[in-house]
Ligand binder design. Structure first.
Ligand SMILES: NC(=O)C1=CN([C@@H]2O[C@H](COP(=O)(O)OP(=O)(O)OC[C@H]3O[C@@H](n4cnc5c(N)ncnc54)[C@H](OP(=O)(O)O)[C@@H]3O)[C@@H](O)[C@H]2O)C=CC1
Ligand SMILES: O=C(O)CCC(=O)C(=O)O
Length: 459
């Protein structure tokens, strides 16, 4: 009876197929549709490669890589300014530590649930692998809505959240950072509470302020990195961003700095948005107008519709930028924000390049349309990896107790984005001059993690 399963590794007959694997995964993780989607997408990319590597099957890498190493769920009680007590749910999904300590952001948004965090943490495994840096994959957060809360309410929430999380993280164990709803302010409150509870000053969080352990360029890194990735995609076709029209969704951290870098490289950015609507500025959002947006969003915490009032441009209430004519689209808001109709509209209106600043903003059907129409399509795990890459550089600086100059970090970021692009090309070249970037990113990201898991035995 020994070894009765050994043929599984070379079973090409379809009995161990993507469908049968997905069926099992769905039974084990019922109702987690976002998680199912991303596993399915990665599986489709790597399946053919796996057939040539029976050792991965023999070590059951697929079952292991799709099962989080640890999930922490906890109660987050806090008191508002009126003295009313509220309870939110906090999470940390520590998905995979094969290539380094768990690493990934924290999201505070009412939509946060286990499904969303498992999808984000799973994506983070391969993204972090692509960065060339030693970081495992994780994600966390809470179903807390920071909108409309006072500074003291945010502080009390962050302190309560960290009062449970601190025992699960550490600079060599798990290093959280920001994501939607978690920026420099929240990282400050979280760090302060960690330091108080643990009585140590280490690089346990990234995205810290420059004065107390942050890295130069971390705020800019995700947006800049996305545009550097776009620059590489165009360079392969001997094109540049100069003179190209760019639509951007979102107006938070990633959107702001994607806009800044695109403008610096000579592009015309014509839109920004938030969850209430989109502004369309056909003359282009220049550096001056962008400064206003940064103040509006980061200091006043206002809505993007105020931009339309100030500059007398069109505001599309509840609308997205995807019907505007453009050369390049940079979705930088949230998951699933581009559906099949949006993708068809983008293609019809001449968009030749889409790069995901956000995590999984394009739905599967939308990606299919982009690939079919040979649109340059940079998936999030490659295109937005600059943020976590500079987080990795922040960890390095913290360990060395130094702070690199802005130009040093920028040059490392550019090199990393070039390296990620090359990995995508190496594994995603279709042979007809078109690069299937999602396939390239998935295979390159997967191999490194799977090999590390093989080397480390069944753990
Ligand atoms: N920050 C980082 O370093 C990284 C972020 N990412 C990803 O980039 C995306 C944006 O993150 P970030 O800029 O940091 O977050 P922010 O909180 O700074 O900004 C998020 C922006 O997206 C908008 N948004 C959020 N939810 C929705 C929704 N359901 N519909 C429409 N718009 C929405 C917000 O509008 P509103 O204010 O109305 O909610 C806001 O403009 C996320 O997918 C994140 O996971 C990826 C890599 C790294
Ligand atoms: O900087 C980090 O650690 C995480 C960034 C992040 O959450 C992401 O890449 O989606």
């Amino acid at each position: 009876m020994k070894n009765h399963n050994k043929n599984k590794s070379v079973n090409h007959s379809g009995t161990y197929s993507i469908d049968s694997f997905m069926k099992k995964l769905k039974t084990k993780n019922p109702g987690e549709n976002e998680f199912h989607e991303v596993v399915h997408e990665v599986l489709e990319s790597v399946w053919d490669m796996l057939q040539d590597h029976p050792t991965y099957f023999r070590a059951n890498i697929l079952d292991r890589i799709t099962e989080p190493e640890r999930i922490i769920m906890f109660r987050v009680p806090w008191t508002d300014d009126e003295g009313e007590v509220h309870v939110n749910r906090g999470y940390r999904v520590e998905f995979n530590s094969a290539i380094g300590p768990y690493k990934g952001g924290l999201r505070f948004h009412p939509s946060v649930n286990l499904d969303i965090l498992k999808f984000l943490a799973f994506e983070q495994i391969f993204k972090n692998s692509l960065t060339t840096m030693p970081m495992g994959g994780a994600k966390g957060g809470a179903n807390f809505d920071p909108k409309g809360k006072s500074d003291s309410e945010i502080m009390r929430f962050c302190q309560s959240f960290m009062t449970e999380l601190y025992r699960h993280i550490g600079h060599n164990t798990d290093v959280p950072a920001g994501d939607i709803g978690v920026g420099k302010r929240e990282i400050g409150y979280l760090f302060g509470q960690y330091k108080r509870l643990q009585n140590e000053y280490t690089g346990v969080l990234t995205g810290k302020a420059l004065e107390w352990g942050g890295s130069k360029l971390r705020p800019e890194a995700t947006g800049y990195g996305t545009v550097y990735f776009v620059r590489e995609m165009f360079a392969l076709r001997n094109e540049t961003l100069e003179g190209k029209t760019v639509t951007i969704s979102g107006s938070g951290n990633v959107a702001q700095y994607a806009a800044e870098k695109a403008i610096q490289l000579g592009a015309k950015v014509i839109s920004l948005s938030d969850s209430d609507g989109t502004v369309h500025d056909p003359d282009g959002i220049d550096e001056e107008k962008l400064k206003y947006v940064m103040h509006l969003k980061n200091v006043e915490r206002g809505r993007i519709r105020e931009y339309a009032r100030k500059y007398d441009v069109r505001y599309i209430e509840n609308g997205t930028p995807w019907n505007l004519s453009c050369d390049v689209a940079l979705p930088c808001a949230t998951q699933n924000e581009i559906n099949a109709d949006d993708a068809a509209a983008l293609v019809k209106n001449g968009c030749g390049c889409v790069a995901e600043g956000a995590n999984k903003p394009a739905q599967r059907e939308a990606i299919r349309i982009f690939l079919e129409n040979e649109v340059l399509f940079g998936p999030g795990k490659a295109a937005n990896a600059g943020g976590v890459a500079v987080s990795g550089l922040e960890m390095t600086q913290n360990e060395m107790r130094i702070q690199w100059l802005r130009k040093e970090v920028d040059s490392k970021l550019e090199d990393i984005m070039k390296e990620i692009h090359s990995s995508c090309v190496a594994y995603g070249d279709t042979g007809n001059g078109y690069i299937n970037y999602p396939q390239g990113a998935n295979i390159a990201g997967f191999i490194k993690v799977a090999d590390a898991m093989l080397h480390q035995g069944v753990v």
